[in-house]
Design a protein around this ligand. Structure first.
Ligand code: DGY
Length: 429
């Protein structure tokens, strides 16, 4: 199929998953508005309907909690095909029923990019309205996911990282006591092959963490102090650092000097804090269990996001180029979500190995900005090949290229339209 035909398919997937201003990730498996899915989706809409792209983000922020948090799922209507739904979460923090924690904060970066490409004439006005909301969300992150001011962001749940069953969470998750969950029925494995999804023992603990936070009323300070899972995540940390740089550019463009000063302070603190995640043996940034101060022992695709976060010093850049080439010699398609040389790597199980289009997009952006156009282009070409052969799947095997997880997936379509399609590259040229 030609790239122009795939462009049409991608647009049809986005409009087919559109629920009237917000987009679900895919029918069946994920029937609600997911936070970072929605934000990447806005980039896809922006290639053919900028007004609709802004609307996607605005509707996400309609669910912002009073304390500033933007939830990972907004349950705008009850849908029995998904578990755990609103009654399991038991939250009361915002105007729309929602889950109780957040997801990687890519929104400021995308708002920045939407404004940069805006031709609607209303972009500045819409960005003006979003800026204070973005500021509040970022302040929330600093207060409740970095309560000790370390300059790294922790997640209180594997779902908050967006990378649910990553091997980095295994040890911290095993330490979570299984309690207060009762009998429950998973729905995800009725939509998708169970071999591509997390195990039951993971789900027991995912639900036990939800129960522990529900037991403290989702009070963010109590959650930070008592949650049985609290792990500094290079993924969220680097996405947040990048988002702060983009938020700063936005504040400067809009002449918001006070906000700009505040954000400069956040960036300085995080640039320093990132060193806590550096593993000298592995020569990469990894996760750190903040309850035990222990670093994890594997390289994930998020380790490569250091460049996207602007950490482009020679040591980091050359270490990541080395890892890139080593991994490229092991698998056919880059970038596997976990190091294929690690014993926990599994090529088809969700975040334990598969390639994800939007992660490739961010990693490539980092390499390109660090001056490494060749590796950035390799990632784009691999993403295009995966979509050509595997379709608009949720994720892909780095070995066979097979599409896996859900199909007709919104963010894969969005990333195709905004970056991977060769028609996009031709337009940009
Ligand atoms: C799921 O249901 O698997 C989601 O990833 C949680 O956000």
């Amino acid at each position: 199929m030609s790239h122009a035909e795939l462009d049409n398919q991608a647009r049809a997937i986005l409009t087919g998953n559109d629920q009237g201003g917000y987009t679900i990730p895919t029918k069946g498996l994920y029937p609600y508005q997911w936070n970072w899915d929605s934000v990447f989706v806005a980039l896809g809409f922006a290639t053919f309907d900028q007004d609709r792209a802004w609307r996607e983000i605005e509707m996400l922020f309609e669910g912002q909690w009073r304390d500033g948090m933007v939830p990972h799922i907004l349950f705008r209507k009850d849908d029995p095909s998904y578990f755990p739904g609103p009654s399991v979460w038991g939250t009361d923090g915002g105007p729309i029923p929602s889950s109780g924690h957040s997801q990687p904060p890519v929104a400021a970066s995308v708002v920045h990019d939407l404004l940069a490409g805006d031709t609607t004439g209303r972009g500045e006005e819409r960005a003006e309205r979003l800026l204070p909301k973005l500021m509040n969300w970022h302040r929330w992150y600093l207060s409740y996911r970095d309560p000790d001011g370390l300059g790294v962001i922790a997640v209180i749940h594997p779902w908050e990282s967006g990378r649910d069953n990553l091997p980095d969470w295994d040890e911290a998750l095993r330490a979570v006591e299984v309690r207060d969950i009762g009998p429950y029925e998973r729905k995800d494995t009725s939509h998708v092959d169970p071999a591509m999804r997390p195990h039951k023992e993971d789900y027991d603990r995912y639900l036990s963490i939800v129960a522990a936070c529900r037991n403290v009323g989702w009070d963010p300070a109590k959650v930070a102090a008592t949650c049985p899972f609290f792990v500094a995540d290079p993924g969220v940390t680097f996405i947040f650092l990048r988002a702060n740089r983009d938020l700063l550019a936005l504040a400067e463009r809009l002449g918001r000097n006070e906000e700009a000063d505040e954000i400069r302070g956040w960036i300085a603190k995080m640039e320093e804090g990132a060193a806590r995640l550096w593993n000298e043996d592995l020569m990469a940034h990894v996760a750190v269990n903040e309850r035990t101060c222990k670093q994890t022992d594997g390289i994930s695709s998020a380790s490569f996001l250091a460049l996207y976060a602007g950490l482009t010093d020679t040591r980091t850049l050359s270490a990541l180029q080395g890892h890139f080439d080593r991994i490229a010699a092991k698998v056919r398609y880059l970038m596997p979500s976990y190091d294929p040389g690690h014993p926990s790597y599994e090529p088809l199980r969700y975040w334990r190995g598969p390639v994800w289009a939007m992660i490739n997009y961010m990693i490539a952006k980092g390499f390109a900005e660090a001056g490494d156009k060749a590796r950035a282009e390799r990632l784009r070409a691999d993403t295009a090949k995966l979509i050509e052969t595997g379709g608009f799947a949720e994720y892909f095997s780095p070995e066979s290229g097979a599409g896996a997880g859900g199909g007709a997936f919104s963010w894969t379509s969005a990333i195709w339209l905004t970056w991977a399609s060769s028609t996009r590259a031709e337009q940009a040229a």
